[in-house]
Every structure is written in C-alpha cells, then in structure tokens.
Design a binder for this molecule. Structure first.
Ligand SMILES: N[C@@H](CCC(=O)N[C@@H](CS)C(=O)NCC(=O)O)C(=O)O
Length: 208
C-alpha cells in the first residue's frame, strides 16, 4: 500500500508532480481536483492546501514516519527528490544548480506563461497591452532556455533533474502560447527527447 496521496488536475503544475512520481517509479493514489468546478475551494482540499491550488501531496509516511502535507509544485518535487534520492544531487553545488532552475520556472516561466494562456485564450476581453507584455516576456524566457540548452542535454548539471520536469509541462503548451518551437531548436531537441520517455509521457496523462 502506498503512503502517497496526490491531489491534482491535468494542468502544467499538476503534470510536474505526476511526471516526477512516474519517473521515480513510485506508487501513489490520485485524487482528481477538478478546478473547473471549484473543487479546489472545498473545505477538504483547503485543509491540505490553504492556497486552494493544485497540486498538493500528502505523505502518510513522511519524515520520522509522520504524516506531512506539501503544496507548491516545486516543493513537492524537491520533497520527492529527497525522499527517493532521485533527480536532485546531494552535493551542494549541483543541488543548488537544480534548485535555481526550479526557481526560474516557479518564479518566471509559471507565472508568465500562465498569463499568456489567460490573456490569449481564456480572457473574454482581448487586451493587446496584456497580451503583448506577457507574450514578449514568454518569448524572452524561451530564449533563455534555448541559450541554456545549447550543447547541453538538460537544464542543470549533466543529468535529468526536477528542473527539467518543472519546465517541460509549460513548454508542452507551446501551441497555446503561439510559440513555434522551430524558432528555439535547442528547446525543441530537449522537449522531443524528454517526451520520448515512457514514464514521463505516462505522467503527462494523469489524471485520466
Ligand atoms: N505556484 C503554484 C501554482 C499552482 C497553480 O496555479 N495551480 C493551478 C492549476 S495549474 C490551480 O490550481 N488553479 C486553480 C485556481 O486558481 O483556482 C504551484 O506551482 O503549485
């Protein structure tokens, strides 16, 4: 029986957790939180994440065998990396190289790409200033990724890490962002290589 309960929905932030769990080969229970029907605001879910956002993880066998709840996708990935010893090195220099690219995703890519999705697709009113502001920053961030991935296979160090898992589900939505990956060929190579991994692509489809 697994000790892990994941509360999630099939979005960019949710997919980070499911691809990490699948890549680690961990068993876990999936609790779908349909954010389109506002399940994230239910009392049961708010008790797990007071910020009402997916994903959130409960480990009934956390540190010292105690139950622990974790929200914020970056924190969930770091927790699972430390629990399993996978996808984040322990040597400080290498570990912080991973963490800085995780933070780059959490503080830059996530919020900016999220606004691109909102203003280009969801917003009823099309606001050119907002669309241009977030799209230009989105393109700039693709440029940062592309420069970083020149002559490299992964974002941090020489190995696949949680930094790659954090960024990938946002690049997966390049069509929503109206980004042509051929303009960012290093990102495209990295993206295609990661998407060809069976565990990762399985994680992209959860919850069903
Ligand atoms: N920084 C948070 C962001 C989480 C987040 O924004 N999740 C979205 C789905 S991708 C959500 O739950 N939205 C529901 C809402 O905003 O009400 C994380 O990385 O976990």
């Amino acid at each position: 029986m697994t000790s892990l309960d994941l509360y999630t929905w099939k979005t960019s932030n949710g997919r980070k957790a499911t691809i990490m769990l699948e890549e680690c080969g961990l068993e876990y229970n999936v609790h779908p939180i349909d954010i389109s029907t506002e399940m994230q605001f239910s009392d049961e879910f708010v008790a797990i994440n007071p910020n009402s956002k997916i994903p959130a993880l409960v480990d009934h066998n956390g540190p010292n065998g105690d139950r622990i709840t974790i929200f914020e996708s970056g924190a969930i990935l770091m927790y699972l990396a430390e629990k399993t010893g996978l996808f984040m090195p322990t040597e400080p220099e290498k570990k912080y190289e991973v963490i800085q690219w995780v933070m780059f995703q959490m503080g830059g890519i996530g919020p900016i790409f999220g606004q691109v999705h909102h203003f280009k697709r969801a917003a009823k009113e099309k606001v050119p200033y907002a669309i241009n502001r977030y799209f230009n920053e989105c393109r700039r961030l693709y440029g940062v990724l592309d420069a970083r991935l020149e002559n490299r296979n992964f974002l941090a160090n020489e190995d696949l890490s949680i930094a790659d898992f954090c960024v990938l589900p946002w690049v997966f939505r390049h069509d929503w962002q109206e980004i042509n990956l051929q303009d960012f060929q290093n990102v495209q190579r990295w993206y295609e290589m990661l998407m060809s991994r069976p565990a990762l692509s399985k994680g992209m489809e959860i919850p069903k």
